[in-house]
Design a protein around this ligand. Structure first.
Ligand SMILES: [Zn+2]
Length: 429
């Protein structure tokens, strides 16, 4: 009897130790600290620029100068791409027109995920000899500074996630604020933490499977759109602008707000970095044509050129094609609609007339007087007088408990099918 009791006690002590050790390991390992990924973009090394220009091609690369294990992964990936590019563009003939030269451009973005995890996104844009169109390819690495290794999704999540993110569905990934961004060649796909949540609920997988505390897990989803809340979409036309747009982005970020920027291709070309910031900080980018042409006065081919060229310019910077078009002056007819049938046309129902008054005392009441759930507000980020108005509008909307979201997010949250309905003034119901 005593013997049995003794072995039971020993067994209980043993199990307790195993459980405690297990808990300590699971809670301290690969702690995912998602908030601040998108806004806290830090460099953790030097970026070294390099270029090689010959008669046949032009190569502009960036390399990273950080810890050895980071340099090794990133720089050898880049070396391989450059080598492949050179092999693909060997030519005995000298190229006469520089526009026919092959071009390779490559940009490094670094992100600090938390105290341990850092990521590097490598965007390569290239075209072959005599080709006109560029191809974009994105690859990302995520590193654990502490362990000095390249980390995989297996390191971050326990079993289960592969039902949503199968091994063959991506070449690389980047951890972002609301989602995990997956890349395959030129294709990009976002998997929201929300979709992981739904999946977890149905499969009865709880937060412990993510190796993070319940509180951290809930924080992951606190930035998701609450469909039960009132919401509006602020839109900015005619930009981007070299200084004003940044000031507006700061106001949005400070208020946990997102907006949609309908950009002119001609301004995109002049302000690459602004476009990148608008995108990286989680806002939506739509097309406002190349030159602010009134589309109803153009031929089908001219309409297509205005929109496609702007789409190309945005795509070359963000790697993502816009799905929304706002025709200048809100001018739409049946030709415009049929040429743009692959896009969603977004007009507005709240006009701030900011371009006309240039006066916040007039802009703010025009927007706020009749604001309702589902509204789309028109403003212009090219006018500096719009900035103080935006600050007041955002503040007042927040006080009235509105969520400030992108047009696409609002249409989705309100249950609109953009595949069947192609033109929206608002999402009022
Ligand atoms: Zn406009």
């Amino acid at each position: 009897m005593k013997k049995i009791l003794k072995s039971i006690i020993i067994l209980v002590i043993f199990i307790t130790i195993v459980v405690i050790v297990g808990l300590i390991v699971s809670n301290t390992f690969f702690k995912l600290d998602i908030p601040n990924i998108s806004s806290e973009k830090l460099d953790f090394g030097n970026i070294i620029k390099d270029e090689e220009v010959t008669d046949n091609y032009e190569i502009y690369t960036q390399k990273i100068e950080s810890k050895d294990f980071i340099n090794l992964a990133v720089n050898s990936y880049i070396d391989n791409l450059v080598e492949e590019f050179k092999n693909n563009n060997l030519s005995d003939k000298k190229i006469i027109f520089s526009k026919d030269k092959a071009v390779f451009k490559q940009i490094i973005d670094t992100y600090k995920v938390n105290d341990d995890l850092v990521s590097v996104k490598i965007t390569s844009i290239f075209k072959k000899n005599y080709q006109k169109n560029y191809t974009t390819k994105i690859y990302a690495y995520n590193f654990s500074n502490k362990d000095e290794i390249v980390i995989t999704l297996d390191d971050l999540f326990k079993n289960g996630y592969k039902n949503i993110i199968p091994d063959n569905s991506y070449d690389s990934f980047l951890l972002k604020y609301n989602d995990i961004e997956l890349y395959t060649g030129i294709y990009k796909k976002n998997v929201s933490y929300n979709s992981l949540l739904e999946y977890n609920a149905s499969k009865k997988i709880n937060a412990q499977n993510f190796n993070i505390t319940q509180e951290e897990y809930e924080n992951l989803f606190s930035n998701q759109i609450d469909k039960n809340k009132k919401m509006v979409a602020i839109t900015f036309d005619d930009g981007p602008h070299a200084t004003n747009t940044y000031k507006i982005l700061d106001i949005l970020d400070a208020n946990n707000a997102k907006a949609t920027f309908f950009m002119l291709g001609s301004n995109v070309l002049k302000n690459n970095n602004v476009v990148k910031s608008v995108y990286d900080r989680g806002n939506e980018i739509g097309i406002h044509t190349w030159n602010h042409k009134e589309l109803t006065k153009l031929s089908s081919e001219q309409i297509k050129n205005e929109v496609d060229s702007t789409s190309d310019a945005i795509f070359n910077i963000t790697g993502e094609r816009p799905t929304l078009v706002r025709p200048p002056y809100g001018s739409v007819n049946s030709t415009v609609k049929s040429v743009l049938s692959n896009y969603t046309i977004v007009l507005w129902n709240i006009d701030s007339l900011d371009w006309k008054s240039r006066d916040e005392k007039k802009i703010v009441p025009l927007v706020m007087n009749d604001i309702k759930d589902g509204d789309i507000i028109l403003l212009h980020d090219i006018h500096s007088t719009t900035i103080p108005a935006v600050e007041k509008i955002v503040k007042q909307l927040k006080e009235q408990d509105y969520e400030l979201v992108t047009v696409s997010d609002m249409l989705e949250a309100k249950g609109y099918d953009t595949a069947s309905t192609k033109l929206f003034y608002s999402a009022r119901q």
